[in-house]
Design a protein around this ligand. Structure first.
Ligand code: HEC
Length: 98
């Protein structure tokens, strides 16, 4: 529990760097810069905010499942975009160390 609280505090301190963070801004509300951001901006903000994605930590299989689910729900991605996005999400929101 202490460790968890410390991690949250660290997250809050980090996002306060721009000087206009609000208390809830522990998770990023925009996608990080990188290959895949344009795809995420286009395909992943239609139904829910970016923070639903940025608060996750998944391994490759986990992101594959999520992307498959989102595609079933209507997200349109070419196979190349799908791969770029999975790699992008894995790079930024990969599984946390146990
Ligand atoms: C057609 C609407 C729609 C689009 C577009 C969409 N999503 Fe979702 N997504 C949903 C719904 C509905 C849920 C479930 C919301 C809930 O549980 O509150 C969800 C939940 C999620 C979750 C949390 C559940 C989980 O599997 O971890 C993640 C992460 C996620 N979406 C990522 C994405 C990404 C990445 C994209 C872009 C490729 C995307 N979504 C585009 C509808 C969409």
């Amino acid at each position: 529990m202490l460790v968890f609280a410390a991690a949250l505090a660290a997250g809050a301190a980090l996002s306060a760097g721009d000087g206009k963070a609000v208390r809830r801004a522990v998770y990023a509300s925009t996608f990080p810069v990188g290959e895949g951001r344009a795809i995420a901006d286009r395909a992943c903000l239609l139904c829910h905010s970016a923070s639903l994605t940025t608060q996750q930590a998944k391994d490759s299989t986990g992101w594959e499942k999520t992307l498959g689910q989102m595609e079933k729900w209507g997200v349109r991605l070419t196979p190349a975009e799908h791969d770029t996005l999975r790699h992008y999400l894995l790079t930024h929101y990969g599984a946390r160390a146990k």
